[in-house]
Design a protein around this ligand. Structure first.
Ligand code: FNR
Length: 341
């Protein structure tokens, strides 16, 4: 199977495998504040966090590229929606285009459609410093995501089997790149132990991309005869991953993995995340309902964030961190077993 066919398979299976409640945001209960003392017009969702300056705390997370004209069309749609709504966007892994210049168009379209927007490049942790520089240069990236995807690779029949040296390569890239480096998972989450290791590097942010949304073990299992079913319920639920990463990593923490809407985002921000990304559900919206519906959904998300921030008396995303919540159910149990109060 060609790389392009595999990318289209991923998109198809991502659309059909769907979302679960496994990110555990339902176990976070927001405490109502009857005297918020501000109005909707006082709210600013502009998000300046460390080296990342974002107009909005919502972003389109890494998905496609390198799959020929279909991924070019999809990336074009996502890029125009990002431009119209002023949100940031990541492209999918650029390794295909670094190895084969014919693949570049499906990435370059993103910068062409959105010349001044905040765009993140994307590579795996096998990348060298030079490949990281090439990826940034290819699309004039404002930041570079380095993804960790051990479980996906292991479940993929043709995937990698050797994961040595990833942290060292990430550290070297972060030291030598002129744009901020974000390390992200791909739906299995970042634990406290992994975040502690990353804290020793110069990366600017961690995107926890936890369990509970798009599930690449399920997607890859669809493509193989002998299923590695044990990886399908593997991973740190996103709500727990935010708390774990936040404790061990002193800079920016981004939330993704199973974020279903503005309420999950508000909960993620209260738990300590500074911005939140959606991949699978934005893809689904774009493919099934088209570009204008994606734009109106992003606009609704933004409006919903402003409504809830007003109700909570938080003028900015950063102020949400002071809002009290109650943690119940499985998330409470999970955090207690991990040594949190
Ligand atoms: C992804 N994701 C991804 N991540 C990455 O860093 N590089 C990549 O190339 C891809 N490719 C990709 C393709 C498709 C079709 C999907 C749906 C996702 C992972 C993505 O960025 C995110 O981490 C997970 O999908 C979890 O978020 P959601 O989908 O639950 O919002």
């Amino acid at each position: 199977m060609s790389r392009a066919e595999r990318k289209m398979d991923h998109i198809q299976y991502a659309l059909s495998t769907g979302q679960s409640a496994g990110a555990l945001f339902d176990d976070v209960r927001i405490i109502h504040q009857a005297l918020p003392n501000l109005g909707v017009e006082d709210i600013s969702i502009h998000t300046e966090t460390g080296d990342l300056k974002l107009e909005s705390p919502v972003f389109i997370n890494a998905m496609t590229g390198g799959g020929g004209s279909q991924t070019e069309k999809l990336n074009g749609m996502l890029a125009r929606a990002a431009k119209e709504t002023g949100i940031a966007m990541a492209v999918g892994s650029q390794m295909a285009a670094i190895k084969d210049a014919n693949e570049r168009a499906s990435y370059e379209i993103v910068r062409k459609e959105n010349p001044h927007g905040f765009i993140m490049g994307n590579l795996g942790s096998e990348a060298t410093v030079q490949q990281a520089r090439d990826a940034v240069e290819m699309i004039g990236a404002n930041a570079l995501q380095i993804h960790l995807n051990v479980i996906q690779e292991l479940t993929m029949p043709e995937g990698d089997r050797d994961f040595k040296g990833a942290l060292e390569r990430i550290a070297e890239i972060a030291e030598n790149l002129h744009v901020p480096v974000i390390v992200k998972e791909t739906g299995f989450g970042i634990s406290r132990e992994a975040a502690e290791k990353l804290a020793g590097t110069q990366i600017a942010a961690i995107d926890v991309s936890g369990y509970g949304g798009t599930n690449f073990a399920a997607i890859e299992n669809e493509r193989r005869a002998r299923k590695l079913s044990y990886f399908q319920e593997w991973g740190v639920p996103t709500a727990a991953a935010i708390i774990e990463a936040k404790e061990a990593f002193p800079k920016t923490v981004l939330a993704s993995g199973g974020i279903r809407g503005a309420q999950d985002m508000i909960k993620a921000f209260i738990l300590g995340a500074n911005a939140a990304g959606l991949a699978g559900s934005f893809l689904k919206m774009a493919v099934e309902h088209g570009e204008s519906r994606l734009v109106s959904e992003i606009e609704s998300l933004t409006e919903d964030l402003q409504m809830m921030m007003t109700a909570l008396g938080a003028k900015s995303i950063a102020e949400l961190e002071n809002c009290p919540v109650i943690i119940t159910g499985e998330l409470h149990h999970y955090l207690a077993m991990r040594g949190y109060e």
